[in-house]
Write a protein that binds this ligand. Structure first.
Ligand code: NAD
Ligand code: UD1
Length: 342
């Protein structure tokens, strides 16, 4: 049985491919245009799993090219649609780039799902759809507030597109998974996040500071009303996220999902402050991190973490990897990257 992964050479896509290879007999096909990754990822996947991946260098905004993949692979039973741009700040600076890529790619994937009658879809959504929430933890029933960035808005629109599309296409099903803060790397340290630009997110910022690529980490504010004044987030290991995709697709394939489009949070349910993340990193790495307290970052919410009961109940999923191991895996990956050891 064939499964199409879009964005398969990216951070979460590549870990999901590894998880699929290690836990199923599905044949994976990947589409990526390497706008934020490189074909080398498939070599890293091979090093970990021993398997070659059939891959297509295609921009999903091109419908004709995308259709070719489905024509060549008539037995695709599921699509996991990761491909998108994801940098919040960049989306504020260049909104049309985000609307163009994230919306048109999804539109073409949905067209192909209908045209080639692919029964199952998983859509990568984000906790950013909740906006600046006040009630915690957030459940899937929490009201979606105004999005804080064009990126977040593309995810709100994406969920609506999937919903409206599934409603009028009988027999097709979808799950939108709302990821909280995916972090870490494969436990082997042989695959992780490879950003082509300066990191935007906390954990790569921490590891790149510790290795000496960056001089100093700035903690964005310590005057929030949280336990130590720094922001709270729900960090979740990327392999736990990947595993949830395998379980979600299995549920869809086995007809275990009641709603034709379901929405599920993926978080650990545990809120961690920036200083707690730094302390965990220092403990497992033995490195002293050069950091300072700076101003708040515009657009940051003080606290957000998930109610993950639905993922536990419906997918029979649980996060397995704790904060220390998230940090350790990210650190191993950073060290391997700096030594070109992968
Ligand atoms: P990533 O950038 O590492 O991977 C995305 C991949 O999609 C990249 O390899 C990129 O080259 C590819 N891609 C982008 N546009 C494309 C196009 N038009 N055609 C073909 N390929 C294209 O990002 P990621 O962290 O793996 O995120 C995967 C998904 O999860 C995204 O939809 C993202 O918005 C969502 N998400 C990520 C996070 C996070 O913190 N990483 C959090 C919530 C949601
Ligand atoms: C944001 C988005 C999320 C998106 C994710 C991936 C929002 C609300 N969330 O998450 O949807 O999927 O990016 O791009 O828009 N921090 C520092 N110093 C740094 C970097 C970060 O103190 O140098 C702090 C931030 O203030 C924040 C925490 O670390 O409190 C995590 O930040 P980050 O990793 O950027 O993720 P989010 O902003 O939570």
């Amino acid at each position: 049985m064939k499964i199409l992964i879009t964005g398969g050479s990216g951070y979460i896509g590549s870990h999901t491919i590894i998880e699929i290879i290690e836990n199923t007999d599905w044949e994976v096909i990947s589409i990526d245009n390497y706008s934020n990754s490189s074909e080398d990822t498939y070599n890293r996947i091979k090093k970990i799993t021993g398997k070659d991946i059939k891959s297509y260098n295609i921009d999903l905004r091109n419908l004709a090219d995308t259709e070719c993949v489905f024509n060549e692979n008539p037995k695709i039973k599921g699509i996991i649609h990761f491909a998108a741009f994801k940098a919040v700040g960049e989306s504020v600076e260049n909104p049309l780039m985000y609307y163009d890529n994230n919306i048109n790619s999804l539109n073409n994937i949905l067209k192909c799902q209908a045209k080639f009658n692919v029964p199952n879809l998983i859509f990568s959504s984000s906790c950013s759809v909740y906006g600046n929430v006040e009630e915690l933890p957030v459940t899937e029933e929490s009201k979606l507030l105004k999005s804080e960035s064009p990126y977040a808005y593309t995810k709100q629109i994406g969920e609506v597109m999937v919903n409206d599309f599934i409603k009028v296409n009988e027999g097709l099903k979808a799950i939108s998974l709302r990821y909280f803060n995916p972090v870490g790397a494969h436990v082997s340290g042989l695959n992780g996040e490879l950003s082509t630009t300066k990191p935007n997110n906390l954990i790569p910022f921490i590891t790149q500071t510790a290795i000496g690529k960056l001089e100093c980490l700035t903690v964005f504010g310590n005057d929030y009303s949280t336990k130590d004044g720094t922001c709270v987030r729900d960090y979740i290991h990327v392999s736990d996220i990947a595993n949830a995709h395998v379980l979600a697709l299995k549920c869809l394939l086995n007809g275990e999902i009641k709603d034709s489009h379901d929405i599920i949070n993926l978080g650990t349910g545990v809120g961690v402050t920036v200083l707690e993340a730094i302390n965990a990193f220092e403990k497992v790495s033995g490195a002293k991190l050069n950091y300072k307290i700076g101003n708040r970052r515009e657009g940051d919410v003080a606290s957000i973490y998930a109610d993950n009961k639905k993922a536990k109940d419906i997918l029979n999923w649980n996060s397995k990897i704790g904060l220390d191991d998230m940090m350790l895996s990210a650190w191993k990956w950073e060290q391997n990257l700096s030594e070109n050891n992968f």
